[in-house]
Design a protein around this ligand. Structure first.
Ligand code: C2E
Ligand code: MG
Ligand code: MG
Ligand code: MG
Length: 285
């Protein structure tokens, strides 16, 4: 009996494996189709100054507009896009579209409140030959200065000691593009490690923001990250701020910038511009 059960389990396991493989293949081919048809859109979430609570920039977040499923979140397709290499054309579109949008915003806004756009760049995309030139060309084509762009990279990119990665990051920064480390604290790099690396901004992962409210240890950790980042001359953005408690704690620690549902979930480009134009004391910008 035991043997029979084992055999059945094995068969079930095999069939799950098979289903998962088929699903991945289907996803990949649907994604390939979406790239050719241009079935993507961008949502923008404000990056807010914790002092004034006004947006200084917006993070561009990709969505797949699927003909039958509707809007698909990046969690459901970015991994497959990376694996298949489709992240390269998707990322190229994201960059161009985000720059096109930030150019529109900047034309519509007064010169003392020009926002930047922050674009997530996957490791694979960054390592693609010619990435730096592509960024510089996209900036020129959109007609915005490099200061209108920040790129967000994960710690995995910095993990290895790849000379070309450092060189390319340094090159982008020399031109004036800001470089941020996304989801800081979830990978293996430490702030000490980031010291003297070509990086401007550290984005503290939502996990720490959530945990610091109830855990003195986590609060101490966030305090340490904010303090040390400042010492190292890095700007900090706290992610996933959902409540006034989060906001007030972080502001008290001296964290300069934040992002989260407390202010806004990701919205379309038009609504983002409206958020920029809004002035808290009621004056129209
Ligand atoms: P991320 O770059 O860390 O982006 C932050 C994610 O947290 C976004 O999810 C955002 O909608 C969500 N978020 C923002 N504020 C809050 C909050 O207060 N509470 C909660 N619970 N969530 C919040 P989203 O848009 O689903 O993106 C997920 C991830 O997908 C991103 O994480 C990023 O790693 C990746 N991604 C998004 N767009 C792109 C892209 O264009 N290229 C690449 N390579 N990756 C992308
Ligand atoms: Mg990001
Ligand atoms: Mg993040
Ligand atoms: Mg995150």
């Amino acid at each position: 009996v035991a043997k029979g059960a084992g055999k059945n389990q094995w068969r079930r396991y095999q069939s799950h494996l098979h289903d998962a493989m088929v699903e991945r293949l289907e996803l990949r081919s649907a994604l390939d189709h979406a790239v050719h048809e241009g079935h993507f859109l961008l949502a923008y979430q404000p990056i807010v100054d914790l002092g004034s609570e006004e947006p200084v920039g917006f993070e561009a977040l990709v969505r797949w507009y699927h003909p039958t499923k509707g809007v698909v979140a990046p969690a459901e397709f970015i991994a497959v896009a990376e694996e298949s290499g489709l992240i390269v054309p998707i990322g190229r579109w994201v960059l161009q579209q985000a720059l096109h949008t930030v150019a529109q915003w900047r034309r519509a806004l007064p010169p003392d409140r020009l926002p930047y756009v922050s674009v997530n760049v996957s490791v694979r995309q960054f390592r693609e030959a010619g990435f730096v030139d592509e960024v510089l060309q996209a900036l020129a084509y959109a007609g915005v200065p490099p200061a209108a762009l920040m790129i967000e990279l994960t710690e995995t990119l910095l993990a290895g000691d790849h000379e070309t990665v450092w060189r390319d990051l340094a090159l982008l920064r020399e031109h004036g593009v800001r470089v941020a480390i996304d989801d800081f604290g979830t990978g293996y790099s430490s702030l000490g490690y980031l010291h003297r690396r070509p990086v401007d901004v550290v984005k503290i992962d939502k996990m720490f923001v959530d945990d610091m409210v109830d855990s003195p240890q986590q609060l101490a950790l966030v305090t340490g990250i904010v303090g040390l980042a400042q010492t190292l001359g890095l700007t900090v953005i706290a992610e996933g701020i959902e409540s006034p408690v989060h906001r007030d704690l972080l502001a008290r620690l001296g964290c300069p910038l934040g992002q989260g549902y407390l202010w806004s979930s990701p919205v379309d480009g038009t609504e983002a511009l409206a958020q920029m134009s809004y002035v808290p004391d009621g004056r129209a910008a």
